[in-house]
Design a binder for this molecule. Structure first.
Ligand code: SF4
Length: 694
């Protein structure tokens, strides 16, 4: 369809296969001449020979390239009276629905699979009239990016399997938003109809390097947000009396504040300070974190804890984010440490693959032996390999010295190791050594596992929940966090073994503000709590929020769905509790009841603090700029500080934390998404030696 006329050429030429330079040098090009029109009409007639006339029932109708072309070049009557050919549909997984009779053999899907996704699963087999697109043997198109072929297919041969026959393109409203499923917060276009999300496509944002591809999780896991398992009404469960009551917000907040009041008195009688622990996770927005910070600063009996802690040094901002992956062209060596870029940040994997395909790029991995869609020089999985590189005893040190601007990429999950403090020092030392050779290159990159992990580390060094915290607590408030993390699972086990045997018989409280999913049941049992309060909060697309992504870019999500039932946004709930608690003067509060202080060590921190608190709340849409440019590089690292004799590095393996892409991330919703569950089941079915049918 891209035929053009070339002066002095006997027949039309295919413009996409011609070098424009050679054409323009020797000749003249006509794109709209009668010959071109006639030629395109003929090609279109050929394309339509075998194409079924099922536009009214085709999901692509209204956004189909073939439909558009036939509007311009199509003939109004047919000249072909033979039977049309029929091609059997292929089952290529739970994401993509195929109607192969509609295929026009443009091979876009095949090229996407082999060139971009790096998985040679799709191909064309048969010749001439018998050409077919497929996987040859029946199998799933096994790529985390498989959903992109739905966008690519110009006709209705590949359409969305989870949402068939739901809408037409003109009925949908298009809204810009961001991804919640990984550390990038990629730009998205979300299409809605009647307050329901119908589809999610890659978005575009000015001033940002955005990718045209999104992962299957980004595209299809949103149904988890609207799972029927959510309880969207606030309720209080009294374990002792075994009663269960749905209540209004006012009564619930009254109940929480009176518990605080009661505990305050109890504290005074017992002459000890027992605390309410607020457990947060890395998906919490900056506004909510700020409010919580204020809350914890005002009342001494509030403790903020992360569901999983890390011994991280967040003084140097560049050591908690990706610094140089957008300038990979300037580098020709990359070291991957304990990271599965494919699952943890498909965006990053695409960048690495793109760079690899350009050539002159060596990748070294200290990792599990996994297929990252590009070859790597595999060094094993043990930490001692990294140590030997830093010590200069490894063969690859030669590569580091001879290549330009080596890039090191590690997952933020390496900070969960027991020896993470020493490991961080090791990485900083490597960075320092490389800076001697390549002084203007910020070589260390840390990939966050969730959307606001960088923001959280940037704001404060929140500690993880520990046994000691639970010993001195009278309540735990789970804010968007579950008892599913390794750290909390460990605490539950300790509790069940009665290891934390300081329990007394005072009533304890669990508050669950977890998108309506009442998931912390194991913890509830182990904590021996009688009282349980469910606070129904809005999901991601029903809330406003600012996040700092793994590249150091502020991402804002603007609420575009109205709240359902009794739900409120996180910051609204925290603010309400805050407001209600002002009615009482706490006696055991060792801090001033009314004065809020914030210790700002630097001016920048203060600016950010006030910015997050006021500006971001009032004007969410316009708060988007690069922070990376202004991030200062820290060079004054004193080498003498690193004395390895004192530090103990465990020569253990780096463990990849995601083994199931579809259900394994840190976002709150994919575990409840029906599509993701189906994908995961299919994935495990094909990966195991024991094929089973569920
Ligand atoms: S993208 Fe669609 S039309 Fe093109 S070859 Fe693939 S299935 Fe056929």
């Amino acid at each position: 369809m891209c035929l053009v006329e070339l002066k002095n050429s006997p027949k039309p030429v295919v413009s996409c296969a011609m070098s424009a330079k050679s054409c323009l040098n020797n000749s003249e090009v006509f794109t709209n001449s009668p010959l071109v029109k006639k030629a395109r009409e003929n090609i279109l007639e050929f394309l339509l020979l075998n194409h079924p006339l099922d536009c009214p029932i085709c999901d692509q109708g209204g956004e189909c390239d073939l439909q558009d072309q036939s509007l311009f070049f199509g003939l109004s009557k047919k000249r072909f009276y033979s039977f049309k050919r029929v091609v059997t549909d292929k089952n290529i997984g739970p994401i993509v629905k195929t109607v192969m009779t509609r295929c026009i053999h443009c091979t876009r899907c095949v090229r996407f699979a082999s060139e971009i996704a790096g998985v040679d699963d799709l191909g064309m087999f048969g010749r001439g009239m018998n050409s077919e697109i497929g996987t040859y043997v029946e199998k799933t198109f096994q790529s985390e990016l498989s959903g992109n072929i739905i966008d690519l297919c110009p006709v209705g041969a590949l359409t969305s399997k989870p949402y068939p026959f739901v809408s037409r393109s003109w009925e949908l409203k298009n809204i810009n938003s961001i991804d919640f499923s990984d550390g990038f917060g990629s730009n998205l276009q979300v299409y809605i109809k009647n307050n329901n999300i119908i589809k999610v496509l890659p978005g575009f944002q000015k001033n940002e390097v955005s990718s045209n591809w999104i992962s299957d999780k980004t595209r299809f896991s949103f149904d988890g947000m609207f799972s029927p398992e959510r309880v969207l009404q606030g309720f209080i469960k009294d374990g002792k009396k075994n009663t269960f009551q749905f209540l209004t917000w006012e009564l619930i907040l009254d109940d929480i504040v009176s518990t605080l009041y009661f505990q305050d008195h109890l504290n005074r009688h017992l002459l000890e300070i027992r605390t309410l622990i607020i457990v947060i996770n890395d998906n919490t927005s900056l506004e909510v974190l700020n409010l919580l910070n204020l809350f914890a600063k005002k009342y001494s009996f509030i403790k903020l804890r992360k569901s999983e802690g890390s011994q991280l040094n967040n003084d140097d901002e560049s050591s908690i984010m990706l610094n140089s992956v957008n300038s990979l062209n300037e580098s020709d060596l990359c070291l991957l440490i304990g990271i599965n870029t494919r699952y943890e940040g498909s965006n990053l994997n695409l960048k690495l693959r793109k760079r690899y395909l350009k050539g002159n790029f060596k990748l070294i991995s200290i990792n599990s032996l996994i297929d990252l869609t590009f070859p790597t020089f595999y060094m094993g999985i043990n930490l001692k390999n990294l140590k030997s590189i830093v010590e200069g005893n490894n063969l690859v040190c030669q590569d580091f010295a001879s290549h330009t601007n080596p890039t090191i990429i590690a997952s933020s999950e390496i900070n969960r190791r027991k020896d993470s403090k020493e490991l961080n020092k090791l990485l900083t030392l490597l960075k320092y050594k490389l800076n001697k050779y390549y002084s203007n290159w910020n070589n260390l990159n840390i990939l966050s596992s969730s959307i606001n992990e960088t923001g959280m580390n940037y704001l404060n060094n929140f500690k993880g929940l520990k046994e000691q915290d639970l010993k001195n607590s009278y309540g735990v408030y789970f804010l968007n966090s579950t008892d599913n993390t390794l750290n909390i699972k460990k605490l539950i086990n300790l509790k069940q073994l009665n290891y934390l045997n300081s329990d007394n018989n005072y009533p304890k409280l669990i508050i669950d503000q977890n998108n309506g999913f009442n998931t912390n049941t194991e913890f509830l049992k182990a904590y021996k709590s009688n009282n349980y309060i469910n606070l129904p909060n809005s999901n991601f697309f029903e809330s406003n929020g600012t996040y700092l992504n793994t590249e150091g870019i502020f991402k804002t999500n603007v609420k575009f769905l109205s709240s359902t039932k009794q739900t409120k946004e996180d910051w609204q709930i925290i603010r309400k509790i805050f407001a209600y608690s002002k009615r009482i003067n706490f006696t055991t509060n060792i801090k001033e009841n009314n004065i809020i202080s914030f210790n700002n060590t630097t001016n920048l921190k203060f600016k950010n603090f006030t910015g997050f608190l006021y500006y971001a709340n009032t004007n969410l849409t316009k708060y988007n700029f690069y922070l990376t440019n202004s991030t200062a590089k820290t060079k004054n690292i004193n080498q003498k500080k690193f004395k390895f004799s004192r530090n103990k590095l465990n020569s253990t393996n780096f463990k990849l934390w995601i083994n199931d892409f579809y259900l394994g991330g840190k976002d709150a919703y994919s575990k409840y998404s029906v599509t993701m569950i189906k994908c995961s089941k299919q994935f495990r079915l094909e990966k195991t030696n024991f094929n089973y049918v569920l």
